[in-house]
Design a protein around this ligand. Structure first.
Ligand code: ATP
Ligand code: MG
Length: 388
């Protein structure tokens, strides 16, 4: 799929901006702090309905609008897709006012939709310089990597995640009351069932996604690295002592396994007053050339692994949707050497559209030559330019 038109108003440092985008490679050039990342954030927000840089809705609204009566940021995109053309519009209301609640409103082809129903209508993958953390940083980054990817192509997964979060909070509350002898341990039975049902869907979704990802990721890693390095991803579900060597196959088996883990972990959970097993504690082990990435990998290896994981994400979405996601590259090219830059750009030829930002046009001159659309960003305004 590809975006043909993007409109931004009152979002971050943007006043009013409109871009007619092309199929192929779109290059966005601008000095630091002019709005390049904000532009990609806008596209990513239309795709996932969640900001790429976790923040409150109010942060997304242009700051000088926050004092006005109705502070709202508006994003809109027209998209050509295999599954039929799409027009998606998002309004982010920064503060409650009379008759208006703060929060996000979405319209898909003119009809109001819940955010959870609109996620992934526009499919996108965002490459950022922060991705280097995904392989070696804390487990929450790897869970988020999987969640953002799978929920774009699987509504059932997204619903299970939302239910899981609600049940988890209830169950943690109950554990605290049991600890304080305000509730009976027998009350856990119902919440264990609820948690394990949602958890089963999530763990099955993650295991399946990783099954598809591993081959793509290692293929990309070998192609991008001089030494033909390998990257391995292994799912580490947080099932306490109930974890066995062979992982379950269907939702029901995952749910069973999780129920057992919850039963076994009961004394520990009551003592801790929080839920200790389940997908909110999962991890994915990343190994580069056979060694755990967090402890052993070099910066260059982590960077290459990060690119490989994003390229694998794009391939995963393409496989699941039967349509290519829009790929967004935030300032990633300039930190790569010539060979990797070429490798990344070559692999983009399988996608219909890429939007690539850079602050340093000299470092990516080779990429610029192949760009079909060129845009300059300055102080929250965008203009098209021709030539170099
Ligand atoms: P760099 O090359 O350093 O990555 P950039 O072009 O990617 O820069 P952005 O991250 O897009 O820059 O940010 C541009 C500017 O937008 C920043 O100066 C930031 O302070 C500003 N900004 C962010 N949120 C808001 C907001 N809600 N209202 C007004 N300005 C904002
Ligand atoms: Mg930036």
């Amino acid at each position: 799929m590809y975006i043909t038109r993007l409109q931004i108003a009152g979002f971050r440092n943007y006043g009013q901006a409109e871009l007619q985008l092309d199929r192929g490679l779109n290059l966005v050039v601008g000095e630091n702090a002019q709005g390049k990342s904000n532009l990609l954030e806008a596209v990513y927000l239309l795709s996932t309905l969640r900001s790429s840089r976790a923040s409150s809705d109010a942060d997304l609204v242009r700051r000088d609008l926050l004092d006005t009566e109705f502070p709202v940021a508006r994003l809109r995109a027209e998209v050509r897709r295999a599954a039929g053309n799409l027009e998606i519009a998002l309004a982010v209301v920064g503060r409650s006012a009379e008759g208006q609640r703060a929060g996000k409103r979405v319209r898909v082809n003119g009809l109001a939709r819940r955010a959870s129903e609109a996620v992934g209508e526009l499919a996108a993958v965002l490459f950022s310089t922060l991705d280097i953390e995904v392989a070696a940083g804390p487990p929450i980054l790897r869970r988020r990597y999987l969640d953002m990817m799978v929920s774009q192509v699987d509504r059932g997964y997204l619903r299970a995640m939302q239910r899981y979060q609600r049940v988890l909070q209830q169950r943690n509350g109950l554990l605290k009351r049991i600890q304080a002898r305000d509730a009976a341990p027998a009350e856990l039975g119902f919440w264990n069932q609820e948690l394990a049902h949602a958890g089963g869907v999530i763990m099955k979704g993650r295991a399946d996604a990783l099954g598809l990802l591993v081959a793509h990721a290692s293929q990309q890693m070998a192609a991008l690295s001089d030494e033909a390095e390998t990257v391995d991803l292994t799912y580490k579900p947080a099932l306490g002592d109930a974890i066995e060597r062979d992982l379950p196959l269907d939702d029901a088996e995952w749910t069973d396994r999780m129920l057992r883990a919850l039963e076994q972990g009961r004394p520990r959970e009551i003592a801790a007053g929080v839920t200790l097993v389940g997908p909110h504690r999962d991890d994915v082990e990343v190994r580069i050339d056979g060694l755990p990435a967090g402890a052993f990998a070099s910066r260059a290896q982590l960077r290459t692994a990060a690119l490989s994981l994003r390229l694998a994400e794009a391939a995963y979405i393409q496989t699941c949707l039967g349509d290519e996601p829009v790929v967004l590259l935030d300032d990633v090219l300039s930190e790569l050497d010539e060979r990797r830059r070429r490798g990344v750009l070559d692999s983009f030829e399988t996608f219909q559209q890429a939007i690539v930002t850079t602050a340093d046009v000299d470092r990516v001159r080779d990429a610029l030559a192949g760009a079909t659309g060129r845009f300059a960003v300055s102080g929250g305004s965008v203009s098209r330019f021709e030539g170099e």
